[in-house]
Design a protein around this ligand. Structure first.
Ligand SMILES: Cc1cc2nc3c(=O)[nH]c(=O)nc-3n(C[C@H](O)[C@H](O)[C@H](O)COP(=O)(O)O)c2cc1C
Length: 486
């Protein structure tokens, strides 16, 4: 069953014991951020809990944070079993993405219960947290930003860090290659670009917004496909856009092309501060919100964080979906481990011939937009679990001859948020980096350059019976002395 809204998702999290109700008063300056980080680090990527801060100092609005920050809750958000294996998820993703469902435009929705225009517009009435110590100000970290692409007419949704400057101005940092920016690229300086910012909605919208889908994809249709039912949308009050009818808070506004304000710094998902600079901003024309609205946010910083989950699973699935038909059957699984902040990936390959791992590897490191991030790609055989770092490092240590298995791919497009990006590349805006690809697969035919011996294992006939033998060891053994006397 799809979720109607943020509230029905929170209800499910309560039922599953996945959310902590914080009942004591907290400060949205730094305190929420610190508690969120503690929760993420305590539970790790799979077991951390979401948080519902009910009492915020100086505000009436509660804050729901870190809702989609574990793989369990990501799968719950898509109504899938919490233990769905990631390679199986890639197949489910492909099916749902291939069947988008158009939204249904309705006349009214709960997001219109309160409509604020003119002098009533004041975004600082909501408890927007300051998450990390040196953040430039309060940040809306989970805005579902909806725009209409002026070239394709499709609705675009994306998540971009959004700094609250004052009661009616919000700065946004969207990378230049984001579809949000491309959608407005035909405009000239001084032209207005309508922007609707949704805070708090059905999680499938956030999942669609964060996904690296091809340019021109309508992400509201995709959200429909992910949830298996159309998203109900209502028209905005002041701009020609539609937003999900059950959104908690909707901020309607316009960006003026060419106008910039000082934004940042901001603690990013890499674990380092992202730079401050001149950035576009939206001037707010109206705010609409539900009665007893809930503000939704997420902590950003060193993994694991919301980014680890929201971005990675969709990137893994999308790289596989987009892979050429010649290679696709041989990519068993792609793992983008959360601790690698999108810069590390491991691919397990069903290798048929020598050289194939690198061929598939080159296709993976050319798959955009994921490839902008990917800096290290490790290729392993299908007997290695790409999600198990110990197995992966064993393969790298024992199956790579770096004379032939280490590939440096220099001067290719990288990402400005990579903390190690050379300054000259940042200043020139060329943003090139060097990738490495490590082929840690065994040769198919005998290779004197890599004469990997047979792996050692106990005798096969005995190993085939190991489960029985082990059960005996664990159930029939009794405490005794060193000579076997009871
Ligand atoms: C929590 C979170 C925060 C994000 N922040 C930013 C950001 O500040 N700037 C940015 O360009 N992308 C950011 N992203 C990634 C984009 O939202 C994502 O790549 C999206 O697909 C871009 O959409 P678009 O290409 O359709 O514009 C963030 C993703 C998540 C999950």
């Amino acid at each position: 069953m799809p979720y109607d809204d943020l509230r029905s998702f929170i209800d499910r999290l309560h039922k599953e014991g996945e959310i902590i109700d914080v009942k004591f008063e907290v400060d949205c300056k730094y305190e929420i951020g610190a508690i969120c980080r503690k929760a993420l680090w305590t539970g790790g990527i799979d077991r951390n809990k979401a948080l519902l801060f009910r009492k915020i100092k100086g505000y009436d609005t509660p804050v729901a944070a870190n809702l989609i920050d574990s793989t369990r809750r990501y799968f719950m958000a898509l109504d899938l079993p919490c233990d769905t294996p990631r390679p199986a998820f890639a197949e489910i993703w492909e099916k749902r993405i291939s069947n988008p469902i158009k939204p249904k435009v309705v006349d009214y929705g709960p997001c219109k219960e309160n409509i604020l225009k003119g002098n009533e517009v004041d975004v600082s009435k909501f408890p927007v947290p300051i998450w990390n110590e040196k953040d430039g100000g309060p940040y809306i970290t989970l805005p579902c930003v909806i725009t209409r692409d002026l070239h394709t007419g499709a609705l675009n949704a994306g998540i971009y860090r959004s700094q609250v400057f004052n009661r009616n101005t919000i700065g946004l940092l969207a990378a230049p290659y984001r579809h949000f920016m491309l959608g407005a690229s035909a405009l000239k300086a001084g032209d207005k670009f309508p922007v609707a910012m949704v805070i708090g909605c059905d999680p499938s919208l956030y999942i669609a917004a964060a996904a690296p889908l091809p340019y021109g994809t309508d992400e509201i249709d995709v959200a429909g496909g992910l949830r298996g039912a159309p998203v109900e949308m209502v028209r905005c009050e002041t701009i020609p856009l539609e937003v999900p009818a059950t959104s908690e808070i909707v901020i309607e506004g316009e960006m003026t092309v060419g106008e910039m304000m000082h934004e940042g710094p901001f603690g990013e998902f890499t674990g380092y501060y992202g730079e401050e600079g001149k950035r576009p901003f939206m001037e707010i024309k109206a705010i609409t919100h539900r009665n007893n609205a809930i503000f939704q946010g997420c902590y950003e910083g060193r993994p694991n964080t919301c980014d680890s989950v929201l971005q990675i699973l969709a990137h893994e699935a999308e790289v596989k979906r987009k892979l050429d038909g010649e290679h696709k059957p041989f990519l068993k699984a792609l793992s983008i481990p959360h601790y690698g902040t999108m810069m590390l990936a491991v691919a397990s390959i069903r290798k048929q011939y020598d050289g194939q791992a690198k061929v598939i590897g080159h296709a993976i490191v050319s798959s955009f937009p994921t490839a902008r991030w990917m800096k290290i790609l490790i290729l392993v055989d299908e007997d290695i679990d790409p999600y198990n770092i110990e197995e992966v490092l064993w393969a790298v240590a024992t199956r790579s001859n770096f004379e032939q298995d280490l590939e440096l791919i220099r001067n290719v497009t990288g990402n400005s948020l990579d903390p190690s990006m050379p300054l000259r590349e940042k200043e020139n805006r060329t943003l090139r980096h060097c990738k490495i690809m490590i082929d840690a697969t065994k040769p198919v035919r005998h290779d004197p350059e890599k004469p990997i011996p047979k792996e050692c294992m106990p005798k096969k006939e005995i190993w085939d019976r190991i489960e029985d033998l082990w059960a005996k060891c664990t159930t029939e053994s009794n405490p005794g002395d060193s000579r076997g006397n009871k």
